[in-house]
Design a protein around this ligand. Structure first.
Ligand code: B12
Length: 798
């Protein structure tokens, strides 16, 4: 039977953990479990058989880490085909009479994707494609992508599956205690993206124990129209007597999972710490439960890498400023590939309250495909808002949709056959909410009835491509009233009919209405309110226009959509600072202060690399570091701690700080006294820690003061550090650690230095350390900053 058909009326049971069971059979730490498919097939078949015997409908192949980054193409193929054969053999051997399938298991690649890692998105797609193709050749029944903690990598894996097979694809993510993926995505954002791309089931695995996952699962159940899966750990893992243990046993697990099923979960299994007994109890405990129906949610939603924006709650504001039409400075920026300019436009619209950003980079003589892709990649790295990808070129549209980290808005399709033929397949493949313009081969109808007829035609054609009504937003086109006095009325009437008769959401480029008239914002803001009153769901507008934002805030307050007038009052407080409408139509650069200090901090906080480098100009480099770079990173670090900033943003800030630092470095010539010292100062960030900005500053200042420095880099083992100390007979070793979890590695290194190189002094630093703590772990000195390190080096080395 097809698994999708089975899911209509049944609960589907998965298996439990594989890794722990292989370890108990003798798998050694560091050994690749995937190789056991070939070297120990009986053990692997035995484990799968126990799961089928326990009642699993799906067992996942032992291929979690089987990818072309770890294995040669030949070995990958051999592993995957053995793995599928092992699972198939287990299905044959098992006495269980339930329906059985073999799922090709795909875990994360083990590398981070750009911009926060070094793996290119397309390379990641390629890596997952190889595994998918091998799985299909070997005869897997479905693809199971799991334990993904980054939305972008999840997209790469799902795209690889969709491009290389027609098997069902289940996608499971791993959430932290904050209810988000490591890179920041909320459950609603993940559901939006994955469903948009056609995942057949979505859900959660690993992460935490079942109870702690309830809020995440509830959000999946609220938003997903496909079956929701849950495959938790047996509680939180913790170390005990050198072993990893879990708090929850099979009985409690089965009770918790039965609760999940009665909430609506349709696919259930276990992850780390679970075994066949957990699955047996889960199956018997939930045997009498009727599966809840899977309900279509009809939520119109777009997403960025962190958040989902749903239509229908409050009217959605789509910032229109990233569009070169009539903007000289933006045209120049695009021609110069000046991404920081675009980013500032994006950030300033976000600051003013936009929910989504329109991105249009179409210019004659420009490679629009490359530019739109680059603009989308740059924007999504620093701006947390979903993007509306705006292009008339299907090629450019596809290059941007591919790289987009979420479910975008697609601007636009229209009633022309040619347009629908080009846009709908893209929307079907990559997901997205499509803005549909009510015009066709005969132009724009003069009447509301004519425009609504085109909307109906677009809806019917979209259905043929498998695109549902909820993923279309109609723009009935606001024409200039100066050219046609009835234009506003026709647009408003169209809005009313589309909302009430077709039940679809609507959008309008509001400012078109005022072309040719003076004081345009006056007309625009009044028309905006009239449109909102007529059922407008989203407006493409200028969020930096005070008039437009006044109208919007007042409208929400009057509609009772602003609890306790919170947003209204906040807006009133900020109003005096807001640029006037006239100024707001100029470039985004003006929004940032241009004087050195705070502008540099702001550039770092916002992750603007080139701008940070430009601003890192001052006579006193140390002051620049201490008063601007470090405080800016502190702001970001605190935001990260409070879960207001996510890893990708932290990374962009670090990149901006580094580029400022590079500038400073260029202007600090090394001291000529270098030759005075016979032995070098050795410096490193300790094992497990990749923070190196502070360490690099210390190094720079030491060199500036004439000390020869050997920098061993970051994530350096105690042995490597000690070997260098001995080799160079270094009088001082400087160690950096920024995380509580890496201070033990620092302690270990100091111990080894004292043992193998007793002459060498250890000076330590990094934001988690204190003088007392440094003493406790045996350091000779704690230096709170780079200058203090220099003073210590002078004392010891001179
Ligand atoms: C930038 C940054 C990053 C960047 C690092 C980029 C890079 N190339 O360094 C990226 C994005 C990669 C990153 C990753 C992570 N980070 Co981080 N990161 C930061 C951040 C915001 C700033 C650090 C920094 O560069 N500060 C500026 C420098 C100049 O200051 P400094 O290092 O303290 O250096 C000064 C002194 O301490 C001293 N000093 C420094 N080194 C040395 C060495 C010697 C020998 C001496 C004598 C003195 C000395 O002199 C320096 C100059 O005055 C901090 C928050 C913060 N404010 O500290 C979090 C922070 C350190 N990160 C944190 C975390 C949790 C992580 C991640 C685990 C996140 C994740 N979930 O993946 C990963 C860690 C990966 C790993 N295995 O290391 C936590 C650590 C929490 C803790 N207490 O353990 C922090 C504190 C953020 C937070 N508040 O939660 N991070």
């Amino acid at each position: 039977m097809k698994i999708s058909k089975y899911l209509k009326n049944h609960i589907l049971y998965l298996d439990g953990s594989m890794g722990t069971l292989l370890q108990s059979e003798g798998l050694l730490p560091g050994e690749y479990p995937e190789r056991w498919n070939i070297s120990h097939p009986d053990i692997v078949v035995g484990i799968h058989t126990r799961y089928y015997d326990a009642g699993s409908n799906v067992v996942l192949t032992n291929t979690f880490g089987a990818n072309s980054l770890k294995f040669s193409p030949e070995e990958l193929d051999a592993i995957v085909s053995a793995a599928v054969a092992n699972a198939r053999e287990a299905a044959r051997r098992s006495k269980g009479t339930q329906e059985k399938w073999v799922g090709l298991d795909i875990g994360p690649s083990g590398r981070m994707l750009k911009p926060y890692g070094d793996l290119d998105f397309e390379d990641a797609v390629q890596v997952f494609s190889e595994t998918v193709k091998a799985g299909v050749r070997a005869g897997a029944d479905l693809i199971f992508i799991e334990t993904m903690n980054d939305s972008y990598e999840t997209k790469a894996a799902l795209l690889a599956a969709k491009e290389n097979c027609s098997l069902p694809v289940f996608v499971s993510n791993t959430y932290g205690a904050d209810g988000r993926l490591m890179t920041g995505a909320s459950p609603a954002a993940m559901v939006a993206m994955l469903e948009g791309m056609g995942a057949d089931a979505v859900g959660v695995n690993c992460s935490l124990g079942p109870k702690a996952l309830i809020p995440v699962i509830e959000e999946y159940l609220r938003t997903a129209s496909v079956p929701v899966l849950c495959k938790p750990n047996a509680g939180m893992p913790r170390p005990q007597d050198g072993k990893t243990v879990f708090d929850i046993g099979p009985e409690e697990f089965s009770l918790d999972m039965a609760d999940m099923i009665s909430r609506g979960v349709r696919i259930a299994g276990g992850c780390c710490g679970t075994d066949p007994e957990f699955i047996r109890r889960l199956v018997s405990r939930s045997a009498g439960l009727d599966p809840l129906p899977i309900v279509r949610k009809n939520i119109t939603v777009v997403s960025s890498y962190t958040r989902a924006v749903e239509f229908g709650n409050v009217p959605v504001l789509i910032g229109e400023r990233i569009n070169p039409t009539g903007k000289k400075l933006l045209k120049h920026a695009l021609k110069d590939h000046d991404m920081d300019y675009l980013l500032e436009e994006g950030i300033s619209q976000q600051d003013q309250g936009a929910h989504i950003l329109d991105v249009n980079v179409g210019l004659p003589g420009i490679d629009e495909s490359a530019m739109l892709r680059d603009a989308v990649c740059a924007l999504q790295a620093v701006v947390g808002l979903p993007l509306q990808i705006d292009s008339a070129s299907p090629g450019a549209m596809e290059s941007a949709l591919r790289r987009y980290n979420g479910k975008p808005m697609i601007n636009s399709v229209n009633g022309r056959e040619e347009s629908m033929r080009a846009v709908f397949p893209l929307a079907k493949k990559y997901g997205g909410v499509i803005v549909a313009l009510t015009l066709d081969e005969n132009g724009i109808p003069d009447t509301a009835a004519g425009r609504v007829a085109i909307a109906r035609k677009i809806l019917a054609t979209a259905r043929k491509y498998g695109i549902r009504k909820k993923d279309l937003i109609f723009d009935p086109l606001a024409m200039a009233v100066s050219a046609s006095p009835g234009a506003a009325d026709v647009a408003l009437e169209s809005l009313r009919i589309i909302r009430s008769s077709l039940g679809c959401h609507t959008s309008l480029g509001v400012s078109n209405v005022s072309f040719g008239l003076p004081n345009r914002d006056m007309i625009n803001s009044t028309f905006f309110v009239m449109a909102l009153q007529s059922g407008l769901s989203a407006a493409i507008m200028n969020p930096r226009s005070a008039d437009m934002m006044k109208a919007y805030r007042a409208y929400l307050a009057l509609q009772g959509k602003d609890a306790d007038f919170k947003e209204y009052l906040k807006f009133c407080n900020e109003l005096p600072e807001m640029t006037s409408s006239a100024v707001a139509t100029q470039s985004g650069v003006s929004a940032l202060p241009l004087s050195s200090g705070s502008a540099l901090q702001e550039a770092i906080i916002k992750g603007l690399k080139d701008r940070a480098a430009d601003l890192a100009q001052a006579d006193d480099p140390l002051e620049l570091i201490n008063k601007h770079i470090i405080p800016a990173l502190d702001v970001v670090g605190k935001g990260f701690e409070k879960k207001e900033v996510y890893l990708p943003q932290l990374l962009m800030s670090a990149e901006a700080a580094k580029s400022a630092f590079e500038q400073i470095k260029k202007r600090m010539p090394a001291d000529s006294r270098a030759s005075v010292y016979k032995h070098p100062f050795i410096i490193a960030t300790v094992k497990g820690d990749i923070h190196d900005i502070g360490k690099n500053i210390v190094k720079l200042l030491l060199e500036n003061y004439g000390f020869p420095v050997i920098d061993l880099g970051k994530d350096v083992s105690p042995e490597t550090i000690v070997n260098a100390v001995v080799k160079y007979h270094a009088p001082v070793v400087g160690l950096s650690a920024l995380m509580t979890t890496t201070v033990p590695a620092m302690e270990q290194t100091i111990k080894l230095v004292k043992e193998k190189a007793p002459w060498c002094k250890a000076v330590v630093g990094g934001s988690v350390l204190t003088r007392e703590y440094a003493e406790l772990i045996g350091a000779d000195h704690y230096a709170k900053d780079a200058m203090e390190t220099v003073r210590f080096a002078e004392k010891v080395m001179s």
